[in-house]
Write a protein that binds this ligand. Structure first.
Ligand SMILES: NC(=O)c1ccc[n+]([C@@H]2O[C@H](COP(=O)([O-])OP(=O)(O)OC[C@H]3O[C@@H](n4cnc5c(N)ncnc54)[C@H](O)[C@@H]3O)[C@@H](O)[C@H]2O)c1
Length: 285
């Protein structure tokens, strides 16, 4: 079995900084890459803040936190990833962006190095086809916030080898996560089931069945969900929800995956949820 010691993370946004955090916390050397120094600085500041929070909660000692910080290097070029055993891509959710990154990594990395993508919806098989190593390409779908959420969907593309699957599954366990095996289909399991729930909740509001507060209360009090679907939609970003519904509609077909017109209108208005200060609820900025 491949021993993973050094991991590259491409994209230092919300997910990339969390992935770098959990890898470093598990004792791996990490090289975190992004396209601007400001993004890397922001990621390192977020990791330091989140490690400090874990120390305050007694989950980590101050020494373990310092050791984790020392494991993370940053780079503005993917050339620094040449000696990594595995690279996890967590860049912007656009096929063209990921395709270019995978073509470049295929050139830069040693032939056997495994390439994982944290995509929420794009086909692993299609991303893998951009490389000459489709058997070494796999989906490794973490959940936000990465240091807290246990699940990792491990997604096999059509060509993904058993060797690659086993190595990534073992890595997820080493990171303290619970891997779940999934095949490559639009939305995988998580978004295929969650997004239509959010979409239907938006329909209930649009059709005047209930207020957003009432819809959320039904799920919190009646189904013991930690938060209602519309609170969750605001947290994820309504633009992201609409984009994922479109991926489901394209990949799975049928009118049931069409995004709810209310969601589309809210996105047109710039009401994107928490990040814009307004979605189904308002958030002081
Ligand atoms: N946010 C979530 O809740 C969530 C959950 C699961 C999966 N994902 C997936 O994770 C990925 C990243 O999402 P995010 O929310 O962290 O996005 P984000 O916008 O916070 O971060 C993306 C980062 O990628 C960087 N980037 C773009 N092109 C790059 C390139 N060529 N080289 C290096 N870096 C590049 C951007 O500068 C940015 O810092 C997406 O595929 C998304 O679908 C997101």
């Amino acid at each position: 079995m491949l021993e993973i010691k050094r991991v590259g993370v491409v994209g230092a946004g919300t997910m990339g900084n969390g992935i770098a955090h959990v890898c470093a916390r598990a004792g791996l050397d990490v090289v975190l890459c992004d396209v601007q120094q400001g993004f890397l600085d922001r990621a390192v500041a977020a990791i330091e803040k989140n490690l400090a929070r874990e120390v305050a909660k007694g989950k980590l000692t101050a020494q373990q936190s310092d050791e984790a910080k020392a494991k993370i290097a940053t780079s503005l070029t993917m050339n620094a990833l040449g000696d990594c055993d595995l690279v996890i891509e967590a860049a912007t959710e656009k096929f063209a962006v990921k395709a270019e990154i995978f073509r470049d990594l295929d050139r830069i990395l040693m032939p056997g190095t495994i390439l994982a993508t944290n995509t929420s919806s794009i086909s692993i098989t299609k991303i893998a086809a951009e490389t000459e190593r489709a058997e070494r390409v796999i989906g490794m779908h973490f959940f936000n916030p990465v240091p807290v959420m246990q699940l990792v969907e491990v997604i096999r593309g059509l060509a993904t080898s058993q060797y690659t699957f086993a190595a990534v599954e073992a890595l997820a366990v080493r990171l303290g996560k619970a891997p779940v095996e999934v095949n490559d289909a639009a939305g995988f399991v998580s978004n295929r089931v969650l997004m239509p729930l959010i979409n239907e909740a938006a329909y209930a509001v649009m059709e005047g069945v209930a207020t957003a507060e009432a819809v959320d209360k039904v799920f919190v009090l009646g189904m013991a969900h930690p938060m209602g679907p519309l609170t969750l939609a605001d947290f994820i970003g309504l633009d992201v929800c609409v984009d994922i519904m479109r991926v489901l509609a394209e990949g799975l077909g049928g009118p049931k995956y069409n995004p709810c017109p209310l969601l589309v209108r809210m996105v047109d208005a710039g009401w994107l949820g928490r990040k814009s200060g307004r979605g189904f609820y308002t958030y002081p900025q």
